[in-house]
Ligand binder design. Structure first.
Ligand SMILES: *Cc1c(COP(=O)(O)O)cnc(C)c1O
Length: 359
């Protein structure tokens, strides 16, 4: 059967806009990840993760973190990683502290509350998207009453939803506050690679050496087709995770197609090269729009996203040119760059934005 032409996706236009920067999820599969899928494609191997690729990929993750004791799991996406880690770390009658713009609160339809079976999310205001020590300690104190859902976990996003980074010292300070009060620290690292590339520290320094207990380690936004990893740095904390993942439908039957790309990405160094390219692309775009009339950066560019403050009519005009991008809130707009960002497309976007500001 042949599909009618109108059912097929339209070919990308050959004129501007050639490539869109609405999300790093717009990007396709990077060569290293695709090659791994191809290599695994014809092999016959045990199912549900009981295969050599999955074992080697888990090993590559623990090697990356210099944490041989860590427990590693592969799930389909970041929402599942976050929700299942938080459900594992947080009893149903307790609470999770996260920033008011945390993906776990704003973009996951209550998955953490659902999978934990009742845990509450406490989301104190965060002036720049980063959870502060003061906000965390205040949230901890507020709920000392027996009837209140006692905080059991703090979840920080690295880099944050608005593209900012917690320094290693900031992470350590938050972790110390957590552990002093009997809480666990989770890191939502949907763009963890971008944070490592930007801070030029080791994955270990940014996580367990600074007191992070569990990590959602994004693979999809880093260039894979699908699949994020979960890392528990203390094996005991992983108790029940595999069972929860199975219950949630997150144990892939052909797990090798999630895990083999991880092995390839980590062994080849593509995970970091992709992130460096994405971060540099964001810097290039920020540079290209510096000084445009009425256009400002909402926050400093610290990872692979650029948040632009611009008048609504300028944003509308840019959209009318065919460009796609998110409105974060008010007149703050988001552009995100991935492993495949082309310098030409970035220049085209910046040129169109310049034209739009000139009315
Ligand atoms: C993209 C993202 C996720 C994961 O989202 P999925 O669509 O479920 O893969 C989680 N946290 C943050 C901060 C994200 O940006």
């Amino acid at each position: 059967m042949t599909l009618p032409p109108q059912a097929l996706p339209r070919q990308p236009a050959t004129t501007t806009p050639t490539q869109q920067f609405g999300s790093d999820n717009y990007a396709g599969i990077c060569p290293q990840a695709l090659e791994a899928i191809n290599r695994a494609a014809t092999a016959s191997t045990p199912a549900y993760g009981d295969d050599a690729w999955t074992r080697l990929a888990a090993r590559a993750v623990t090697d990356l973190f210099a944490a041989p004791q860590a427990r590693v799991f592969f799930v389909f996406n970041g929402t599942a990683a976050n929700a299942l880690v938080l459900a594992t770390l947080c009893p149903s009658y307790c609470a999770i502290i996260a920033s008011e713009i945390a993906h776990v609160d704003t973009s996951e339809r209550g998955a953490a509350e659902f999978f934990s079976g009742g845990a509450r999310l406490i989301t104190p205001p965060t002036p720049d998207g980063k959870l502060t020590l003061a906000a965390i300690t205040q949230a901890m104190r507020r709920t000392r009453d027996f009837g209140a859902s006692t905080p059991a976990v703090v979840s920080i996003t690295q880099p944050t939803e608005n593209g900012l980074l917690y320094s290693v010292d900031e992470i350590r300070a938050i972790a110390n506050a957590c552990h002093d009060n009997g809480l666990r620290l989770h890191m939502d690292g949907a763009r963890f690679a971008n944070a490592v590339a930007a801070l030029e520290c080791t994955p270990a320094a940014m996580t367990w050496q600074s007191g992070v207990d569990a990590l959602s380690f994004g693979g999809t936004k880093n260039g894979m087709a699908v699949g994020d990893a979960v890392v528990f740095f203390t094996p005991q904390l992983a108790q029940g995770f595999a069972e929860r993942a199975k219950q949630a439908g997150q144990i892939a039957a052909k797990m090798r197609f999630l895990s083999a790309p991880w092995l390839s990405m980590l062994q080849s160094g593509a995970w970091l090269a992709n992130a460096r390219h994405a971060n540099a692309s964001a810097q290039a775009f920020a540079q290209a729009i510096t000084g445009l009339n009425g256009v400002e950066l909402a926050w400093p560019v610290q990872s692979n996203a650029v948040f632009v403050l611009m008048p609504e009519h300028v944003a509308n005009a840019l959209r009318a040119q065919g460009w796609r991008f998110h409105t974060l809130f008010g007149s703050v707009y988001r552009f995100v760059f991935a492993w495949d960002a082309h310098a030409d497309s970035i220049a085209a976007l910046a040129a169109d934005l310049r034209r739009c500001t000139q009315g």
